[in-house]
Design a binder for this molecule. Structure first.
Ligand SMILES: [Zn+2]
Length: 458
């Protein structure tokens, strides 16, 4: 018998369904890993195998994070990388990341996923693009299955080192044939194309300034032969644009199109400096964008034209980006920053709280090319999060608890259900021992700094 779960008495259920209904005194009935019924508590079944009383909670679809580098949780706030723009920041960090190992990837992924899950995220992509020593993408995938997060593992790669005109040092780049072979192995081993999949693999060379045009094209052919999605960084700041012009004589959007990197199966991180022709091309082809407002502010990359993209019909989701360029990876906080940053750039009506929440749910789902997450309605995956309203952050805001989620200080979840399983209960992760993970994470971060000489032994 498939187990059932009832969430009832919610102050409001934000459905993100086709009518964008917000149901007061709402309830959700889940069978196995799928939502079966949604409606007022009085109209739904009154019992189930498991029942959560959501009195005093706002209930939303699990948030979707479309861009991250989880290993970077080991290198937050590195002094030499605190105040630079993208290229300067990267050249300070590459030598540290060159000392990563397999355990570091595994443990930092657990840490990053814990932080995301507690902040309301239930599905995340992770773009791992550096594989020194014994690092493998398998290390991240195993972490995701241990903690119980829905995961799109992006097999990143760098192949053009400094000696060939790229940005990364030669010792952290890989051979292109080996990259493609390992990517194929990962797809064949882990990719699940089915509805409600917990594990998907993404083909994801790192950026135009760290891989060749050949690899971009070959990667697209490989991805499409397996029907998997593709992801990279694009048009992040003005230096990124200058590199594209100088090296390829094209704008980043033209370069993406030239390499076959447009379409509903493709999403690009940042696109802060995407020009109007690029926005139009992305809209026409259904190419997605992962908007990362905190990282864009941290590195002073600029303000992405998200309002313009959304109006044009570009699929846009949100990403916290790696923890070396957004040292606080809070998914609900990212929605708040998305709203605030659009207002700085384009006026007070450029984005509402509900629009920001939509980018963080439905928007992210569309960018990841999924129609089974991002909304609470029958037939969707049971990814549901609950925020408790009787906290200091929401005091005085209860007349509009949905907008309060985004306007007020970002809050952690009280409950998180992922794929029908309760992963957070009473504010605590149920699947791992978080204090132990944090302790090990801090030890590994210290080892990494010591190995690189950025920190002296005590
Ligand atoms: Zn990134």
């Amino acid at each position: 018998m498939t187990k059932t779960l009832l969430i009832k008495n919610a102050r409001v259920v934000v459905t993100m369904d086709d009518q964008r209904r917000e149901i007061n005194d709402g309830a959700i009935y889940v069978r196995g890993n799928v939502i079966e019924q949604v409606g007022p508590t009085a109209e739904l079944p009154q019992t189930a195998d498991e029942v959560i009383d959501a009195t005093g909670h706002v209930v939303t679809p699990g948030l979707v994070n479309t861009h991250h580098h989880m290993y970077q949780s080991l290198t937050r706030v590195i002094p030499a990388a605190q105040n630079g723009e993208l290229f300067n920041w990267l050249t300070n960090l590459y030598p540290i990341w060159a000392n990563l190992n397999s355990e570091m990837v595994h443990v930092s992924t657990l840490t990053a996923m814990s932080e995301l899950i507690l902040s309301g995220c239930t599905t995340s992509s992770d773009h791992l693009y550096i594989y020194p020593n014994d690092c493998k993408l398998d290390d991240s995938i195993e972490a995701a299955s241990k903690i119980g997060m829905r995961f799109h593992a992006a097999r990143g790669a760098m192949s053009v080192g400094q000696s060939k005109g790229g940005l990364p040092p030669d010792r952290v780049v890989e051979d292109e044939k080996a990259i493609l072979k390992d990517t194929q192995r990962l797809i064949e081993t882990y990719h699940d194309a089915g509805r409600h999949a917990m594990q998907r693999v993404v083909v994801a060379p790192c950026s135009p300034f760290s891989v060749s045009q050949d690899l971009m094209k070959e990667a697209a052919l490989l991805a499409r032969s397996y029907g998997v999605s593709m992801h990279t960084h694009l048009a992040e700041n003005v230096n990124d644009i200058a590199y594209s012009r100088e090296k390829f004589n094209m704008t980043p959007a033209e370069y993406a199109e030239d390499c076959g990197w447009v379409g509903h199966d493709v999403w690009h991180a940042h696109c802060v400096q995407l020009d109007d022709d690029g926005v139009y091309m992305f809209a026409k082809t259904g190419t997605g964008v992962a908007h990362c407002p905190c990282s864009n502010m941290r590195l002073a990359s600029g303000i992405a034209p998200v309002r313009k993209m959304v109006d044009a019909g570009v699929p846009v989701g949100l990403g916290v980006d790696g923890c070396a360029s957004n040292d606080g990876a809070h998914m609900l906080g990212e929605a708040r920053q998305a709203m605030l940053l659009q207002r700085v750039g384009f006026g007070p009506d450029a984005m509402t709280a509900r629009q920001a929440l939509e980018l963080a749910t439905l928007g992210g789902a569309k960018v990841l090319n999924r129609d089974d997450i991002g909304a609470i309605k029958p037939g969707m995956s049971a990814d549901i999060v609950m925020f408790k309203l009787d906290q200091i952050a929401f005091a005085g805001a209860l007349h509009d608890p949905v907008a309060a989620l985004v306007f007020c200080t970002p809050s952690n979840v009280n409950y998180s259900v992922i794929n029908g399983k309760i992963v957070v209960k009473d504010g605590l992760l149920q699947t791992i021992d978080l204090p132990l993970v944090i302790e090990r994470h801090n030890q590994l971060a210290s080892d990494l700094a010591l190995a690189t000489g950025t920190r002296k032994a005590a």
